[in-house]
Design a protein around this ligand. Sequence first.
Ligand SMILES: [Zn+2]
Length: 330
Amino acid sequence: MTAPTIRTYVNPTCLICGTAGQVLHSGLKDRLFGAPGTWQLKQCPRPECGLVWPDPSPLTEDLGLAYQTYYTHVEPATGSAGLVYRLSKWAYWTGIRIPALLTGIYQERREFVQMFLRGRPPGRLFDAGCGDGQFLHLMKEHGWQGTGVDFDAAAIETGKKKYGVDLKVGDFQTVPIEESAFDAVTMSHVIEHVPDPLACLDKCRRLLKPGGRLVVSTPNVRSLGHQTFKAAWRGLEPPRHLHVFPHHLLGECARRAGLKVIRTGSTAVNADYIISATMAIANAPPGTSQIGGGWDARYALKAIAFQYREHFALRRNPDLGEEAFLIAER
Ligand SMILES: [Zn+2]
C-alpha cells in the first residue's frame, strides 16, 4: 500500500512573533512511523523567541495521515521478545536506581512523573491527551479524581478496562468537558502536536478553576540532545510536531492565553529514554522508516552517560534539558 500524500501550506513566519523563519533542518523523513513526505523545519531567529516549525506545514485536515501507524505505547506484549524487553527494562531500572538517587535524578523524576503536583491538595484532575490513562491511574493512588481525553480510541478502550478511570475519545479542545471545574490540568507531550498552541492553552485555562494549576511538558528545542544530534533528535518528529518550543516561550504563550506563569524550565529526567531513541534514529540505515521512537536497550548505557552530563550541565545552563515544562495557574 502506498501512503497518500499529506497536503501542505506555506508557513514561512513564526506563529508567536511573526518573524520570518530560517531553515534549520531540511530533507527530513518520518523515521519513526513512516508517514509520507519530506519535511523542512524553520526556526525563528529572534533569541527571545526561537520557535521551530515545519514550512511547508501539514494541512490540518490531512494531519490524520501523519498518525496512520502511530502508536503511543511501545511495548512488545507477548512472546520471547516481550519477555526480553521486560527483563532488560527491569535490569535497567534496578541498575540506575542508586546513581539516580545519589545525583538527584531520581528525586527530580518523582516530581516530574507526577507533573509537579506532589504536595498539592488532591482534587479533580484533567489530562489532555491522556493515552491509556496510566498517568491518571498513578494520580488516583495519590488521591486525585481523574478525567482524560485522547484521540486514540484503542488506547482509551485499553485504559478503561485496565485502570477504570474516566476516559473519553476525541479532541480535548472540542469534546464537551465541564469548564472551571478542575483543580489541575496536565498536558504531557501534546502541545507540540496541535495546530494552534495558544488556543490549546486557552482551553486549558478555561477548564481550570480559578487558582487551579496547569502543567505542560514538551520536547525542548534548545536541549543538549538537539544541539548534539541535530536532525536525528527524537524531539523533532516530523511531520507530527508542528511547534517545538524553548521553555521560556511556553511561558510567553501561557501569558498570552491569560494564565499566570509560576515557572518554566527544562529537565534531563527522561534524557536516558529520549537519547536512546535519538541514537536509534541516528544509527538506523538510511531509508529506515519504522523505528517507533521508543526506548532502545542497545543505546541504554551511552544514553545514561549523556543524561548525567546533561543533568550536571543544567546547573549552569537551565536551557539544556531534553524536555521543557511550564507550570502556570488560572
Ligand atoms: Zn518568533
